[in-house]
Design a binder for this molecule. Structure first.
Ligand SMILES: Cc1cc2nc3c(=O)[nH]c(=O)nc-3n(C[C@H](O)[C@H](O)[C@H](O)COP(=O)(O)OP(=O)(O)OC[C@H]3O[C@@H](n4cnc5c(N)ncnc54)[C@H](O)[C@@H]3O)c2cc1C
Length: 459
């Protein structure tokens, strides 16, 4: 029984948003039935994205639909609102929401009142003022970006295969990735592997015709798997003819030329930017306290410091790492923490509504696994270091155990089994991005793909 009726507003439907709401649904089942509690989840997409599977989705090993989890099905006792919170006035306990309907009606943002706030909008790509980046860079955080990138890479191979101009061919077959964390390294590893395989179906493209370049500003990659495994990954990628440039920055990418700080210049139509993340800008549009890096200042109980009835976790939150033994150390922005924090967060909201003591979040980082392409990987988990096939296998087992819902586990497993029996998917469905093109042509209009190509090279 809760003290008084409560409306819980969850902003964000990612790891933290979905798992917190799921936990609340279970913990407050009777209160929800009696109407004493209401949970609203506001999120721009009707699904949660399992981001660690994005590189495999880009490589075609998993269908895009299976790397996302439908929120309406999982959170069947919550109200799901597809929209975005634009600002939060916690003093007045209100959030300004924009939904598809408010846009259609032209009424501006709606104000939604709440009693308890869970702020979990995650992070966005951390970009730098690199000339040309905003116009030509490609991100790798969403399922749309992952599938768009897959289509783009195959489309570049089609361009290279059909052009007579060696400069166009060279630029089309040059792929630059900036940032050597797991998103960049896994995306590069999976896509290079996919493109190498796909090349066998082109009569005039050999794998060695393609240039894959990884640019990393620090002197190591994959810090998540430790120094030794990071060094192994560099050696392994270089063995595959991938040009790994450590201590190097992208200085410009205007006019289809990537200019690096070591003086190298690569004509290219593909610059993938995975150089870290920063907290979501909505945090700055709230009256809640932030640290110097713009993350929400949180307590180990996952409340927002100096406030009541406000909670946060995940990439948006600076949660003290109580296992680190050094004051001021925060939990890193990763799924391992986000998932575990969400469970404690859900429990603590239930405790607080029932006037019970709160639990403290404590989790020691256990290491990480990364896939570098089919049957290739690297892992450093619970002190064990693995390379090659065993690491790749562990990566699959680990993520299969983690991807939410039995439905998604079964579908992903079925896809892996089928892809072991049949040849890899090499099709690009880039035309899905322009579904009206065919009809517009038939109706006498000008289809989008006959318009001049954008400078990024994607039609
Ligand atoms: C390619 C890739 C691979 C990764 N691999 C790993 C891995 O192997 N291991 C690991 O530990 N971590 C990995 N991560 C990191 C991990 O996915 C994140 O740390 C985790 O998703 C953070 O959870 P979150 O809930 O804070 O944010 P998210 O899961 O990003 O969720 C944020 C949610 O908020 C929504 N939102 C945004 N703005 C608003 C708004 N204004 N109003 C309402 N909702 C909003 C978003 O749409 C999203 O649904 C990877 C990340 C990427 C991009």
């Amino acid at each position: 029984m809760v003290k008084e009726r409560a409306h819980i507003l969850v902003v964000g439907g990612g790891y933290v948003g979905m798992y917190t709401a799921l936990r609340l649904q279970r913990k407050l089942r009777r209160e929800l039935q009696r109407g004493e509690v209401e949970i609203t989840v506001v999120t721009p997409d009707p699904y949660m994205t399992y981001q660690p599977f994005l590189p495999e989705a880009a490589a075609g090993s998993i269908s895009p639909r299976h790397v996302v989890v439908p929120l309406r099905r999982v959170l069947d006792r919550c109200r799901i609102v597809i929209g975005e919170a634009g600002s939060i006035d916690h003093g007045k306990r209100t959030a300004a929401l924009t939904t598809l309907a408010t846009e259609e009606e032209g009424t501006g943002a709606q104000r939604l009142s709440y009693d308890e706030l869970v702020l979990a909008p995650g992070s966005i790509s951390r970009t730098l003022p690199v000339p040309g980046l905003a116009e030509h860079g490609i991100g790798f955080k969403t399922v749309e970006e992952a599938i768009g990138l897959r289509n783009h890479v195959i489309e570049q191979m089609d361009i290279a295969s059909s052009t007579r101009d060696p400069a166009i061919r060279d630029a089309a077959l040059t792929f630059v990735f900036v940032g050597g964390g797991y998103a960049g390294v896994e995306a590069l590893g999976e896509l290079e592997d996919m493109a190498r395989y796909t090349a066998r179906y082109y009569h005039n493209i050999r794998p060695e015709d393609m240039k894959w370049i990884l640019v990393e500003a620090s002197d190591r990659i994959l810090p998540e798997v430790g120094e030794e495994m990071g060094r192994y990954t560099v050696t392994e990628l270089r063995r595959r003819n991938i040009d790994v440039r450590l201590g190097t920055r992208l200085e410009a990418c205007a006019d289809r030329v990537a200019v690096l700080s070591d003086g190298a210049r690569f004509p290219t139509r593909t610059v993938v930017w995975t150089a870290g993340v920063k907290p979501h800008p909505i945090l700055a549009a709230s009256d809640l306290p932030l640290n110097e890096r713009g993350r929400l200042l949180c307590t180990p109980e996952l409340t927002i410091e100096g406030t009541t009835h406000a909670w946060a976790a995940g990439d948006a939150a600076a949660v003290p790492d109580v296992t680190a033994g050094e004051p001021g150390k925060e939990c890193a922005p990763n799924a391992q923490h986000a998932l575990r924090q969400a469970k404690i967060l859900g429990d603590n909201i239930a405790h607080s509504l029932r006037d019970e003591p709160l639990e403290t979040y404590s989790h020691k980082y256990v290491g990480s696994v990364a896939s570098l392409g089919l049957h290739k990987g690297v892992a450093h988990v619970y002190g064990r270091k693995l390379k090659g096939y065993p690491a790749w296998f562990m990566h699959r087992v680990y993520h299969l155990s983690r991807v939410p819902t039995f439905n998604r586990k079964a579908r992903v497993l079925a896809e892996w089994i089928l892809s072991g029996l049949f040849k890899r998917e090499i099709v690009s469905l880039g035309s899905l991005e322009h579904p009206r093109a065919e009809f517009e042509l038939a109706a006498g209009g000008k289809p989008p793909h006959t318009a001049p190509k954008d400078p990024n090279g994607s039609s």
